[in-house]
Design a binder for this molecule. Sequence first.
Ligand code: BG6
Length: 610
Amino acid sequence: MCGITGIVSLNRENIGEVLVKCGRKLTYRGYDSVGLAAVHEGKVDLRKDVGTVDAVDKLLGLSKMKGDRGIVQLRWATYGPPTKLNAQPHFACDDSIYGAHNGNIHNYVEYRRELVETGHIVRSENDGELCVHAVDKYYEQTGDMLEAVRLSTRDLKGAFSFAVGRADSREIYAVKMGSSLVAGVGNEETIASSDLPSILPVTNNIIYLADGEMLALSPEKVEVYRIEDGKRLTRKPEPTTIDVHAAEKGGFPHFMLKEINEQPKVAQDVMGVLQGAKSDEWLNIIEESKNLYLVACGSSYNAGVVGAYYFNRLAGIPLVPSIGGQFESMYGRALDEDSLSILVSQSGETKDILNVLNLVKSQGRGKTLGIVNVIGSTLMFNADAYIPMACGYEVSVPATKTYFSQTVIFAYLAAMLGERNGTLDRQEAKSIVRMLSQDLPTQAQATIDHTGILAKNLAKTLIGVKDLYCLGYGMTDGVAREGALKIKEICYNHCEGMYSSEFKHGPLSIVTRDYPVIFVTTPEDSWMVINHINEVKCRFGRAIIVGERESSLEPYVSNEVDYLEVPKGNIVLNPMIDVIPLQLLSYFLSVDLGIDPDLPRNLSKTLTVD
Ligand code: BG6
Protein backbone atom coordinates (compact mmCIF):
# COMPACT_ATOMS: atom_id res chain seq x y z
CA MET A 1 0.00 0.00 0.00
CA CYS A 2 1.61 3.35 0.93
CA GLY A 3 4.95 4.09 2.51
CA ILE A 4 5.85 6.71 5.11
CA THR A 5 9.18 7.86 6.51
CA GLY A 6 9.78 10.48 9.19
CA ILE A 7 13.16 11.85 10.33
CA VAL A 8 14.11 14.15 13.21
CA SER A 9 17.70 15.44 13.18
CA LEU A 10 19.79 17.73 15.36
CA ASN A 11 21.90 19.40 12.69
CA ARG A 12 20.54 18.73 9.23
CA GLU A 13 19.44 21.92 7.44
CA ASN A 14 18.30 20.24 4.25
CA ILE A 15 16.01 17.45 5.45
CA GLY A 16 14.42 17.15 2.00
CA GLU A 17 17.54 15.54 0.57
CA VAL A 18 17.66 12.61 3.01
CA LEU A 19 13.87 12.17 3.02
CA VAL A 20 13.83 11.85 -0.78
CA LYS A 21 16.73 9.38 -0.61
CA CYS A 22 14.92 7.29 2.01
CA GLY A 23 11.53 7.73 0.38
CA ARG A 24 12.83 6.40 -2.93
CA LYS A 25 13.48 3.05 -1.22
CA LEU A 26 9.72 2.75 -0.65
CA THR A 27 8.77 3.14 -4.32
CA TYR A 28 7.60 -0.47 -4.51
CA ARG A 29 4.98 0.34 -1.86
CA GLY A 30 3.24 2.79 -4.10
CA TYR A 31 4.01 5.36 -6.73
CA ASP A 32 0.71 7.07 -7.55
CA SER A 33 1.80 10.24 -5.74
CA VAL A 34 4.42 11.50 -3.31
CA GLY A 35 4.67 14.37 -0.87
CA LEU A 36 7.09 15.81 1.67
CA ALA A 37 6.55 18.04 4.70
CA ALA A 38 9.69 19.74 6.08
CA VAL A 39 9.87 21.94 9.19
CA HIS A 40 12.22 24.92 9.00
CA GLU A 41 12.40 27.62 11.66
CA GLY A 42 8.98 26.72 13.05
CA LYS A 43 7.19 26.66 9.70
CA VAL A 44 6.02 23.62 7.73
CA ASP A 45 6.79 23.56 4.01
CA LEU A 46 4.51 20.88 2.46
CA ARG A 47 4.83 19.91 -1.23
CA LYS A 48 3.11 17.02 -2.99
CA ASP A 49 1.79 15.89 -6.38
CA VAL A 50 0.96 12.81 -8.45
CA GLY A 51 3.88 10.83 -9.88
CA THR A 52 6.94 8.98 -8.70
CA VAL A 53 9.47 10.35 -6.23
CA ASP A 54 11.86 11.45 -8.97
CA ALA A 55 9.14 13.04 -11.10
CA VAL A 56 7.69 15.06 -8.22
CA ASP A 57 11.16 15.93 -6.90
CA LYS A 58 11.94 17.37 -10.33
CA LEU A 59 8.65 19.26 -10.36
CA LEU A 60 8.63 20.63 -6.80
CA GLY A 61 12.23 20.47 -5.60
CA LEU A 62 11.53 18.06 -2.76
CA SER A 63 15.21 17.24 -2.22
CA LYS A 64 16.01 20.92 -1.77
CA MET A 65 13.54 21.48 1.04
CA LYS A 66 15.01 23.09 4.13
CA GLY A 67 14.50 21.91 7.68
CA ASP A 68 15.77 19.61 10.42
CA ARG A 69 12.77 17.26 10.47
CA GLY A 70 9.96 16.07 8.25
CA ILE A 71 7.86 13.31 6.72
CA VAL A 72 7.76 11.86 3.21
CA GLN A 73 4.88 9.71 1.95
CA LEU A 74 4.46 7.56 -1.18
CA ARG A 75 0.88 6.67 -2.05
CA TRP A 76 -0.90 3.71 -3.63
CA ALA A 77 -4.44 5.02 -4.04
CA THR A 78 -7.40 3.38 -2.28
CA TYR A 79 -9.60 6.07 -0.71
CA GLY A 80 -9.70 8.90 -3.21
CA PRO A 81 -8.20 8.87 -6.72
CA PRO A 82 -4.49 9.65 -7.17
CA THR A 83 -4.64 13.47 -7.29
CA LYS A 84 -2.54 16.29 -5.86
CA LEU A 85 -5.22 17.02 -3.27
CA ASN A 86 -5.38 13.40 -2.12
CA ALA A 87 -1.61 13.03 -2.05
CA GLN A 88 0.00 12.89 1.37
CA PRO A 89 1.20 14.30 3.79
CA HIS A 90 -1.74 16.42 4.94
CA PHE A 91 -2.25 19.37 7.25
CA ALA A 92 -5.02 19.33 9.84
CA CYS A 93 -7.21 22.46 9.97
CA ASP A 94 -4.20 24.75 9.76
CA ASP A 95 -0.50 24.30 8.99
CA SER A 96 0.52 23.81 12.60
CA ILE A 97 0.23 20.02 12.41
CA TYR A 98 1.15 17.68 9.55
CA GLY A 99 1.19 13.96 9.00
CA ALA A 100 0.74 10.95 6.72
CA HIS A 101 -0.45 7.38 6.99
CA ASN A 102 -0.10 3.93 5.46
CA GLY A 103 -2.97 1.43 5.46
CA ASN A 104 -6.64 2.26 5.53
CA ILE A 105 -9.20 3.75 7.87
CA HIS A 106 -12.33 1.63 7.68
CA ASN A 107 -14.60 4.19 9.40
CA TYR A 108 -13.50 6.84 6.91
CA VAL A 109 -16.97 7.99 5.84
CA GLU A 110 -18.54 8.33 9.27
CA TYR A 111 -15.44 9.78 10.92
CA ARG A 112 -14.95 12.33 8.14
CA ARG A 113 -18.54 13.42 8.64
CA GLU A 114 -18.01 13.70 12.42
CA LEU A 115 -14.89 15.82 11.96
CA VAL A 116 -16.60 18.17 9.51
CA GLU A 117 -19.65 18.49 11.75
CA THR A 118 -17.38 19.43 14.66
CA GLY A 119 -15.74 22.17 12.61
CA HIS A 120 -12.66 20.50 11.16
CA ILE A 121 -11.61 21.69 7.70
CA VAL A 122 -11.18 18.37 5.84
CA ARG A 123 -9.88 19.07 2.34
CA SER A 124 -9.29 15.75 0.58
CA GLU A 125 -10.99 12.41 -0.02
CA ASN A 126 -8.01 10.57 1.37
CA ASP A 127 -8.41 8.63 4.62
CA GLY A 128 -4.88 9.53 5.69
CA GLU A 129 -5.96 13.12 6.31
CA LEU A 130 -8.28 11.93 9.08
CA CYS A 131 -5.32 10.70 11.14
CA VAL A 132 -3.91 14.22 11.26
CA HIS A 133 -7.27 15.72 12.21
CA ALA A 134 -7.76 13.09 14.91
CA VAL A 135 -4.47 14.08 16.53
CA ASP A 136 -5.38 17.75 16.17
CA LYS A 137 -8.71 17.08 17.86
CA TYR A 138 -7.08 15.55 20.94
CA TYR A 139 -4.27 18.08 20.99
CA GLU A 140 -6.92 20.78 21.34
CA GLN A 141 -8.25 18.87 24.35
CA THR A 142 -5.00 17.90 26.04
CA GLY A 143 -2.29 20.27 24.82
CA ASP A 144 0.00 17.23 24.90
CA MET A 145 1.12 15.71 21.58
CA LEU A 146 2.08 12.31 22.96
CA GLU A 147 -1.30 11.93 24.65
CA ALA A 148 -3.12 13.36 21.63
CA VAL A 149 -1.51 10.81 19.31
CA ARG A 150 -2.31 8.03 21.73
CA LEU A 151 -5.96 9.04 22.10
CA SER A 152 -6.42 9.67 18.39
CA THR A 153 -6.16 5.93 17.67
CA ARG A 154 -9.43 5.41 19.55
CA ASP A 155 -11.30 7.27 16.81
CA LEU A 156 -9.66 5.44 13.94
CA LYS A 157 -10.79 1.95 12.89
CA GLY A 158 -8.87 -0.20 10.45
CA ALA A 159 -5.28 -1.28 9.89
CA PHE A 160 -2.85 1.58 9.58
CA SER A 161 0.30 3.28 10.76
CA PHE A 162 0.83 7.03 10.70
CA ALA A 163 3.45 9.66 11.48
CA VAL A 164 2.59 13.17 12.65
CA GLY A 165 4.41 16.28 13.89
CA ARG A 166 3.86 19.89 14.90
CA ALA A 167 5.53 22.98 13.50
CA ASP A 168 6.34 24.20 17.01
CA SER A 169 7.84 21.00 18.42
CA ARG A 170 10.83 19.07 17.18
CA GLU A 171 9.37 15.59 17.83
CA ILE A 172 7.66 13.36 15.28
CA TYR A 173 5.26 10.74 16.58
CA ALA A 174 4.19 7.50 14.90
CA VAL A 175 1.77 4.69 15.67
CA LYS A 176 1.63 1.05 14.53
CA MET A 177 -1.95 -0.20 14.34
CA GLY A 178 -1.99 -3.11 11.92
CA SER A 179 0.34 -1.82 9.20
CA SER A 180 4.12 -2.00 9.17
CA LEU A 181 6.33 0.46 11.04
CA VAL A 182 9.95 0.21 12.10
CA ALA A 183 12.35 2.77 13.62
CA GLY A 184 16.07 3.49 13.66
CA VAL A 185 18.57 5.40 15.78
CA GLY A 186 21.22 7.24 13.76
CA ASN A 187 23.91 9.75 14.60
CA GLU A 188 22.12 12.72 16.21
CA GLU A 189 18.99 11.80 14.32
CA THR A 190 16.22 9.22 14.49
CA ILE A 191 13.94 7.78 11.82
CA ALA A 192 10.69 5.79 11.51
CA SER A 193 9.42 4.14 8.35
CA SER A 194 7.02 1.62 6.87
CA ASP A 195 9.96 -0.54 5.79
CA LEU A 196 13.58 -1.24 6.59
CA PRO A 197 15.16 -0.31 3.21
CA SER A 198 14.03 3.29 3.83
CA ILE A 199 15.88 3.35 7.15
CA LEU A 200 19.14 1.79 5.99
CA PRO A 201 20.51 4.92 4.27
CA VAL A 202 20.45 6.60 7.71
CA THR A 203 21.24 3.77 10.14
CA ASN A 204 21.27 0.03 10.65
CA ASN A 205 20.43 0.35 14.35
CA ILE A 206 16.85 -0.83 14.24
CA ILE A 207 13.95 -0.78 16.70
CA TYR A 208 11.12 -3.13 15.83
CA LEU A 209 7.59 -2.30 16.95
CA ALA A 210 4.54 -4.43 17.57
CA ASP A 211 0.95 -3.48 16.84
CA GLY A 212 -0.55 -1.25 19.52
CA GLU A 213 2.73 0.56 20.06
CA MET A 214 3.70 4.13 19.28
CA LEU A 215 6.91 6.09 19.27
CA ALA A 216 8.27 9.56 19.79
CA LEU A 217 11.26 10.53 17.64
CA SER A 218 13.66 13.20 18.92
CA PRO A 219 17.21 13.81 17.63
CA GLU A 220 18.77 11.84 20.47
CA LYS A 221 16.39 8.94 21.00
CA VAL A 222 13.35 6.89 20.06
CA GLU A 223 10.84 6.48 22.90
CA VAL A 224 8.41 3.56 22.59
CA TYR A 225 5.03 3.53 24.35
CA ARG A 226 2.11 1.14 24.60
CA ILE A 227 -0.92 2.86 23.08
CA GLU A 228 -3.46 1.19 25.34
CA ASP A 229 -2.19 2.72 28.60
CA GLY A 230 0.62 5.04 27.53
CA LYS A 231 3.21 2.96 29.39
CA ARG A 232 6.82 3.66 28.33
CA LEU A 233 8.44 0.46 27.00
CA THR A 234 12.14 -0.23 26.89
CA ARG A 235 13.18 -1.27 23.40
CA LYS A 236 16.89 -1.42 22.60
CA PRO A 237 18.06 -0.75 19.02
CA GLU A 238 19.56 -3.83 17.37
CA PRO A 239 21.94 -3.76 14.39
CA THR A 240 20.56 -5.38 11.24
CA THR A 241 22.78 -7.23 8.81
CA ILE A 242 20.72 -6.26 5.77
CA ASP A 243 22.80 -3.57 4.07
CA VAL A 244 21.47 -0.74 1.94
CA HIS A 245 23.21 -2.13 -1.16
CA ALA A 246 21.09 -5.28 -0.87
CA ALA A 247 18.25 -3.04 -1.83
CA GLU A 248 20.14 -1.76 -4.83
CA LYS A 249 20.15 -3.44 -8.25
CA GLY A 250 23.63 -4.89 -7.99
CA GLY A 251 24.44 -4.30 -11.64
CA PHE A 252 21.24 -5.81 -13.01
CA PRO A 253 18.94 -3.62 -15.15
CA HIS A 254 16.00 -4.37 -12.86
CA PHE A 255 15.45 -5.63 -9.33
CA MET A 256 13.38 -8.49 -10.76
CA LEU A 257 16.29 -9.93 -12.75
CA LYS A 258 18.57 -9.47 -9.73
CA GLU A 259 16.12 -11.30 -7.51
CA ILE A 260 15.64 -14.17 -9.99
CA ASN A 261 19.42 -14.56 -9.98
CA GLU A 262 19.46 -14.59 -6.18
CA GLN A 263 17.34 -17.77 -6.08
CA PRO A 264 20.23 -20.27 -5.90
CA LYS A 265 21.51 -18.44 -2.83
CA VAL A 266 18.00 -18.23 -1.39
CA ALA A 267 17.79 -22.02 -1.61
CA GLN A 268 20.98 -22.33 0.41
CA ASP A 269 20.00 -19.68 2.95
CA VAL A 270 16.49 -20.92 3.60
CA MET A 271 17.68 -24.52 3.88
CA GLY A 272 20.14 -23.31 6.48
CA VAL A 273 17.30 -21.79 8.46
CA LEU A 274 15.05 -24.85 8.03
CA GLN A 275 17.68 -27.21 9.39
CA GLY A 276 18.29 -24.92 12.33
CA ALA A 277 17.19 -25.00 15.95
CA LYS A 278 13.54 -24.07 15.41
CA SER A 279 12.81 -26.80 12.89
CA ASP A 280 11.23 -29.17 15.42
CA GLU A 281 9.00 -26.42 16.78
CA TRP A 282 7.58 -25.82 13.32
CA LEU A 283 7.15 -29.51 12.57
CA ASN A 284 5.50 -30.10 15.95
CA ILE A 285 2.94 -27.34 15.47
CA ILE A 286 2.00 -28.89 12.11
CA GLU A 287 2.00 -32.47 13.37
CA GLU A 288 -0.16 -31.64 16.39
CA SER A 289 -2.86 -30.14 14.17
CA LYS A 290 -5.65 -32.23 12.74
CA ASN A 291 -6.49 -30.11 9.71
CA LEU A 292 -4.19 -27.80 7.80
CA TYR A 293 -5.14 -24.78 5.77
CA LEU A 294 -2.77 -22.87 3.54
CA VAL A 295 -3.83 -19.22 3.26
CA ALA A 296 -2.08 -16.77 0.95
CA CYS A 297 -2.48 -14.29 -1.91
CA GLY A 298 -0.85 -13.79 -5.30
CA SER A 299 2.42 -15.57 -5.81
CA SER A 300 2.39 -16.76 -2.21
CA TYR A 301 -0.84 -18.61 -2.96
CA ASN A 302 0.66 -20.24 -6.04
CA ALA A 303 3.60 -21.42 -3.93
CA GLY A 304 1.09 -22.80 -1.47
CA VAL A 305 -0.58 -24.82 -4.22
CA VAL A 306 2.83 -26.35 -4.99
CA GLY A 307 3.13 -26.96 -1.24
CA ALA A 308 -0.15 -28.88 -1.18
CA TYR A 309 1.26 -31.29 -3.75
CA TYR A 310 4.47 -31.75 -1.74
CA PHE A 311 2.49 -32.39 1.45
CA ASN A 312 0.43 -35.04 -0.31
CA ARG A 313 3.31 -36.67 -2.16
CA LEU A 314 5.94 -36.70 0.57
CA ALA A 315 3.80 -36.93 3.69
CA GLY A 316 0.30 -38.03 2.70
CA ILE A 317 -1.03 -34.94 4.49
CA PRO A 318 -3.88 -32.87 3.01
CA LEU A 319 -3.03 -29.18 2.96
CA VAL A 320 -6.09 -27.18 1.84
CA PRO A 321 -5.06 -24.08 -0.16
CA SER A 322 -7.22 -20.99 0.08
CA ILE A 323 -6.72 -17.43 -1.10
CA GLY A 324 -6.83 -14.98 1.80
CA GLY A 325 -10.03 -13.14 0.94
CA GLN A 326 -11.96 -16.38 0.41
CA PHE A 327 -10.90 -18.22 3.55
CA GLU A 328 -13.49 -17.12 6.09
CA SER A 329 -16.50 -17.69 3.83
CA MET A 330 -15.14 -21.01 2.53
CA TYR A 331 -13.57 -22.57 5.64
CA GLY A 332 -14.19 -20.24 8.58
CA ARG A 333 -16.83 -22.38 10.27
CA ALA A 334 -14.86 -25.57 9.71
CA LEU A 335 -12.00 -24.25 11.85
CA ASP A 336 -11.68 -25.71 15.33
CA GLU A 337 -9.06 -25.86 18.07
CA ASP A 338 -7.24 -28.61 16.15
CA SER A 339 -6.90 -26.50 13.00
CA LEU A 340 -3.67 -24.92 11.82
CA SER A 341 -3.82 -22.00 9.41
CA ILE A 342 -0.48 -21.67 7.63
CA LEU A 343 -0.37 -18.02 6.60
CA VAL A 344 2.12 -17.31 3.81
CA SER A 345 3.00 -13.69 3.14
CA GLN A 346 6.36 -12.31 2.09
CA SER A 347 5.48 -8.83 3.38
CA GLY A 348 3.69 -10.10 6.46
CA GLU A 349 1.36 -7.12 5.99
CA THR A 350 -1.14 -8.27 3.35
CA LYS A 351 -4.46 -7.28 4.81
CA ASP A 352 -6.31 -10.32 3.38
CA ILE A 353 -3.94 -12.48 5.40
CA LEU A 354 -4.00 -10.37 8.55
CA ASN A 355 -7.79 -10.62 8.47
CA VAL A 356 -7.46 -14.41 8.67
CA LEU A 357 -4.86 -14.10 11.42
CA ASN A 358 -7.27 -11.95 13.45
CA LEU A 359 -10.19 -14.27 12.73
CA VAL A 360 -8.32 -17.35 13.97
CA LYS A 361 -6.94 -15.58 17.03
CA SER A 362 -10.10 -13.72 18.03
CA GLN A 363 -12.26 -16.84 17.72
CA GLY A 364 -9.70 -19.22 19.21
CA ARG A 365 -10.00 -21.41 16.14
CA GLY A 366 -6.73 -23.27 16.29
CA LYS A 367 -3.22 -22.05 15.69
CA THR A 368 -1.42 -20.00 13.08
CA LEU A 369 1.98 -20.62 11.52
CA GLY A 370 3.39 -17.71 9.52
CA ILE A 371 5.76 -18.13 6.59
CA VAL A 372 7.07 -14.60 6.21
CA ASN A 373 9.99 -12.68 4.73
CA VAL A 374 9.85 -9.23 6.31
CA ILE A 375 11.19 -9.43 9.84
CA GLY A 376 9.32 -7.13 12.17
CA SER A 377 6.11 -7.48 10.17
CA THR A 378 2.69 -7.77 11.74
CA LEU A 379 2.33 -11.43 10.71
CA MET A 380 5.73 -12.25 12.19
CA PHE A 381 4.84 -10.73 15.55
CA ASN A 382 1.34 -12.14 15.83
CA ALA A 383 1.35 -15.70 14.47
CA ASP A 384 1.80 -18.49 17.03
CA ALA A 385 5.06 -19.31 15.26
CA TYR A 386 6.74 -18.18 12.07
CA ILE A 387 9.20 -19.52 9.54
CA PRO A 388 11.42 -16.82 7.98
CA MET A 389 11.86 -17.02 4.19
CA ALA A 390 15.44 -15.74 4.57
CA CYS A 391 15.38 -14.00 1.17
CA GLY A 392 16.57 -10.55 2.12
CA TYR A 393 14.46 -7.71 0.80
CA GLU A 394 12.42 -8.35 -2.31
CA VAL A 395 12.06 -4.96 -3.93
CA SER A 396 10.48 -5.80 -7.30
CA VAL A 397 6.69 -5.78 -7.12
CA PRO A 398 6.35 -9.16 -8.88
CA ALA A 399 7.48 -11.84 -6.44
CA THR A 400 10.21 -14.25 -7.55
CA LYS A 401 12.77 -15.23 -4.90
CA THR A 402 10.17 -15.17 -2.12
CA TYR A 403 7.93 -17.51 -4.13
CA PHE A 404 10.97 -19.73 -4.69
CA SER A 405 11.83 -19.74 -0.98
CA GLN A 406 8.26 -20.67 -0.08
CA THR A 407 8.32 -23.74 -2.35
CA VAL A 408 11.59 -24.87 -0.78
CA ILE A 409 10.06 -24.48 2.69
CA PHE A 410 7.05 -26.60 1.75
CA ALA A 411 9.19 -29.33 0.20
CA TYR A 412 11.39 -29.48 3.28
CA LEU A 413 8.49 -29.52 5.77
CA ALA A 414 6.73 -32.23 3.73
CA ALA A 415 9.85 -34.41 3.65
CA MET A 416 10.38 -34.08 7.41
CA LEU A 417 6.72 -34.74 8.17
CA GLY A 418 6.81 -37.70 5.80
CA GLU A 419 9.73 -39.18 7.69
CA ARG A 420 7.95 -38.62 11.02
CA ASN A 421 4.74 -40.32 9.91
CA GLY A 422 6.41 -43.10 7.94
CA THR A 423 5.39 -42.04 4.45
CA LEU A 424 9.10 -41.76 3.74
CA ASP A 425 11.83 -43.86 5.27
CA ARG A 426 14.82 -42.14 6.80
CA GLN A 427 16.95 -42.62 3.71
CA GLU A 428 14.35 -41.12 1.39
CA ALA A 429 13.88 -38.11 3.63
CA LYS A 430 17.63 -37.59 3.94
CA SER A 431 18.11 -37.74 0.20
CA ILE A 432 15.38 -35.13 -0.35
CA VAL A 433 17.00 -32.79 2.19
CA ARG A 434 20.35 -33.29 0.46
CA MET A 435 18.75 -32.54 -2.91
CA LEU A 436 17.24 -29.34 -1.56
CA SER A 437 20.39 -28.12 0.16
CA GLN A 438 23.00 -29.30 -2.36
CA ASP A 439 21.49 -30.08 -5.77
CA LEU A 440 18.87 -27.34 -5.91
CA PRO A 441 21.24 -24.34 -5.77
CA THR A 442 23.37 -25.73 -8.60
CA GLN A 443 20.31 -26.84 -10.60
CA ALA A 444 18.72 -23.43 -10.20
CA GLN A 445 21.89 -21.68 -11.32
CA ALA A 446 22.24 -24.01 -14.32
CA THR A 447 18.60 -23.32 -15.22
CA ILE A 448 19.08 -19.56 -15.06
CA ASP A 449 22.20 -19.84 -17.22
CA HIS A 450 20.63 -22.24 -19.72
CA THR A 451 17.11 -20.85 -20.09
CA GLY A 452 17.93 -17.12 -20.04
CA ILE A 453 18.60 -16.95 -23.78
CA LEU A 454 15.79 -19.42 -24.55
CA ALA A 455 13.31 -17.26 -22.64
CA LYS A 456 14.62 -14.13 -24.33
CA ASN A 457 14.14 -15.66 -27.81
CA LEU A 458 10.69 -17.00 -26.97
CA ALA A 459 9.62 -13.63 -25.55
CA LYS A 460 10.29 -11.97 -28.92
CA THR A 461 7.76 -14.32 -30.57
CA LEU A 462 5.08 -13.37 -28.03
CA ILE A 463 5.27 -9.58 -28.34
CA GLY A 464 2.05 -9.28 -30.33
CA VAL A 465 0.21 -11.90 -28.25
CA LYS A 466 -2.46 -10.48 -25.93
CA ASP A 467 -4.05 -13.73 -24.81
CA LEU A 468 -2.66 -17.14 -23.86
CA TYR A 469 -2.89 -20.00 -21.37
CA CYS A 470 -0.31 -21.59 -19.08
CA LEU A 471 -1.21 -25.14 -18.04
CA GLY A 472 0.23 -27.39 -15.37
CA TYR A 473 -0.43 -30.91 -14.20
CA GLY A 474 0.23 -32.58 -10.83
CA MET A 475 3.32 -31.04 -9.23
CA THR A 476 3.44 -28.20 -11.77
CA ASP A 477 -0.13 -26.98 -11.14
CA GLY A 478 1.01 -24.11 -8.91
CA VAL A 479 4.00 -23.46 -11.16
CA ALA A 480 1.77 -22.84 -14.17
CA ARG A 481 -0.44 -20.52 -12.11
CA GLU A 482 2.65 -18.59 -11.07
CA GLY A 483 3.92 -18.38 -14.64
CA ALA A 484 0.54 -17.04 -15.74
CA LEU A 485 0.47 -14.50 -12.90
CA LYS A 486 3.93 -13.20 -13.84
CA ILE A 487 2.80 -12.63 -17.43
CA LYS A 488 -0.39 -10.91 -16.27
CA GLU A 489 1.45 -8.74 -13.70
CA ILE A 490 4.25 -7.39 -15.87
CA CYS A 491 3.24 -7.93 -19.52
CA TYR A 492 -0.36 -6.77 -19.10
CA ASN A 493 -1.47 -9.79 -21.19
CA HIS A 494 -4.36 -12.02 -20.28
CA CYS A 495 -2.70 -15.30 -19.39
CA GLU A 496 -4.77 -17.81 -17.48
CA GLY A 497 -3.06 -20.47 -15.39
CA MET A 498 -5.00 -23.69 -14.94
CA TYR A 499 -4.92 -27.47 -14.73
CA SER A 500 -4.26 -29.02 -18.12
CA SER A 501 -6.86 -31.79 -17.79
CA GLU A 502 -9.47 -29.09 -17.14
CA PHE A 503 -8.63 -27.16 -20.31
CA LYS A 504 -10.86 -29.37 -22.54
CA HIS A 505 -13.85 -28.65 -20.31
CA GLY A 506 -14.58 -25.29 -21.89
CA PRO A 507 -11.46 -23.08 -22.24
CA LEU A 508 -10.27 -25.18 -25.22
CA SER A 509 -12.80 -23.27 -27.31
CA ILE A 510 -10.37 -20.33 -27.35
CA VAL A 511 -7.85 -22.27 -29.47
CA THR A 512 -7.52 -21.23 -33.10
CA ARG A 513 -4.55 -21.49 -35.45
CA ASP A 514 -1.30 -20.56 -33.64
CA TYR A 515 -3.09 -19.73 -30.36
CA PRO A 516 -0.29 -20.14 -27.77
CA VAL A 517 -0.69 -22.58 -24.88
CA ILE A 518 2.24 -23.11 -22.48
CA PHE A 519 2.52 -26.59 -20.92
CA VAL A 520 4.65 -26.90 -17.79
CA THR A 521 5.69 -30.55 -17.73
CA THR A 522 7.68 -33.14 -15.79
CA PRO A 523 8.87 -36.51 -17.09
CA GLU A 524 6.60 -38.13 -14.52
CA ASP A 525 3.43 -36.64 -15.98
CA SER A 526 4.22 -36.06 -19.65
CA TRP A 527 2.45 -39.35 -20.59
CA MET A 528 -0.80 -37.64 -19.51
CA VAL A 529 0.00 -34.10 -20.59
CA ILE A 530 0.71 -35.30 -24.12
CA ASN A 531 -3.07 -35.84 -24.47
CA HIS A 532 -3.72 -32.24 -23.53
CA ILE A 533 -1.04 -31.01 -25.90
CA ASN A 534 -2.68 -33.01 -28.68
CA GLU A 535 -6.03 -31.38 -27.99
CA VAL A 536 -4.39 -28.05 -28.78
CA LYS A 537 -2.21 -29.20 -31.68
CA CYS A 538 -5.00 -31.00 -33.54
CA ARG A 539 -6.75 -27.63 -33.66
CA PHE A 540 -3.58 -26.01 -35.03
CA GLY A 541 -2.84 -24.31 -31.74
CA ARG A 542 0.73 -23.52 -30.70
CA ALA A 543 2.16 -25.66 -27.90
CA ILE A 544 5.03 -24.21 -25.86
CA ILE A 545 6.76 -26.68 -23.54
CA VAL A 546 8.52 -25.81 -20.29
CA GLY A 547 10.36 -28.72 -18.73
CA GLU A 548 13.04 -31.34 -19.20
CA ARG A 549 13.81 -32.38 -22.78
CA GLU A 550 11.70 -35.41 -23.72
CA SER A 551 11.77 -37.03 -27.15
CA SER A 552 8.06 -37.82 -26.80
CA LEU A 553 7.27 -34.12 -26.64
CA GLU A 554 9.58 -32.85 -29.36
CA PRO A 555 7.19 -33.53 -32.27
CA TYR A 556 4.66 -31.18 -30.67
CA VAL A 557 6.71 -27.99 -30.79
CA SER A 558 6.62 -26.29 -34.19
CA ASN A 559 10.15 -24.96 -33.70
CA GLU A 560 12.95 -25.04 -31.17
CA VAL A 561 12.08 -21.66 -29.70
CA ASP A 562 8.92 -23.24 -28.27
CA TYR A 563 10.81 -25.66 -26.06
CA LEU A 564 12.00 -23.96 -22.84
CA GLU A 565 14.16 -26.88 -21.83
CA VAL A 566 15.41 -27.13 -18.24
CA PRO A 567 18.33 -29.33 -17.10
CA LYS A 568 17.55 -32.90 -16.08
CA GLY A 569 16.32 -33.07 -12.51
CA ASN A 570 13.77 -35.11 -10.62
CA ILE A 571 10.16 -34.82 -9.54
CA VAL A 572 11.04 -33.17 -6.22
CA LEU A 573 13.09 -30.42 -7.84
CA ASN A 574 11.10 -30.09 -11.08
CA PRO A 575 8.45 -27.69 -9.66
CA MET A 576 11.10 -25.32 -8.32
CA ILE A 577 13.21 -25.48 -11.47
CA ASP A 578 10.31 -25.16 -13.95
CA VAL A 579 9.27 -21.76 -12.57
CA ILE A 580 12.60 -20.14 -13.51
CA PRO A 581 12.13 -20.07 -17.32
CA LEU A 582 8.62 -18.71 -16.74
CA GLN A 583 9.97 -15.91 -14.53
CA LEU A 584 12.58 -15.11 -17.18
CA LEU A 585 10.05 -15.30 -20.03
CA SER A 586 7.73 -12.79 -18.32
CA TYR A 587 10.70 -10.55 -17.48
CA PHE A 588 12.08 -10.40 -21.04
CA LEU A 589 8.64 -10.02 -22.56
CA SER A 590 7.89 -7.17 -20.15
CA VAL A 591 11.10 -5.37 -21.09
CA ASP A 592 10.44 -5.99 -24.81
CA LEU A 593 7.03 -4.36 -24.32
CA GLY A 594 8.69 -1.28 -22.80
CA ILE A 595 7.27 -1.97 -19.34
CA ASP A 596 9.26 -1.57 -16.13
CA PRO A 597 8.85 -5.05 -14.57
CA ASP A 598 9.74 -3.70 -11.13
CA LEU A 599 6.90 -1.18 -11.08
CA PRO A 600 3.94 -2.54 -13.06
CA ARG A 601 0.98 -0.17 -13.31
CA ASN A 602 -1.86 -0.37 -10.74
CA LEU A 603 0.04 -2.78 -8.50
CA SER A 604 1.89 -2.51 -5.22
CA LYS A 605 4.32 -4.77 -3.41
CA THR A 606 2.25 -4.89 -0.29
CA LEU A 607 -1.49 -4.45 -0.18
CA THR A 608 -2.49 -3.45 3.33
CA VAL A 609 -6.07 -2.78 2.24
CA ASP A 610 -9.09 -5.07 1.85
C1 BG6 B 1 0.55 -8.54 -4.30
C2 BG6 B 1 1.94 -8.51 -4.90
O1 BG6 B 1 0.15 -7.24 -4.03
O2 BG6 B 1 0.54 -9.29 -3.09
C3 BG6 B 1 2.32 -9.93 -5.24
O3 BG6 B 1 1.96 -7.69 -6.07
C4 BG6 B 1 2.25 -10.79 -3.98
O4 BG6 B 1 3.63 -9.95 -5.79
C5 BG6 B 1 0.89 -10.66 -3.29
O5 BG6 B 1 2.48 -12.13 -4.31
C6 BG6 B 1 0.96 -11.30 -1.89
O6 BG6 B 1 1.89 -10.56 -1.15
P1 BG6 B 1 2.47 -11.18 0.23
O7 BG6 B 1 3.37 -10.10 0.77
O8 BG6 B 1 1.31 -11.46 1.12
O9 BG6 B 1 3.20 -12.44 -0.13
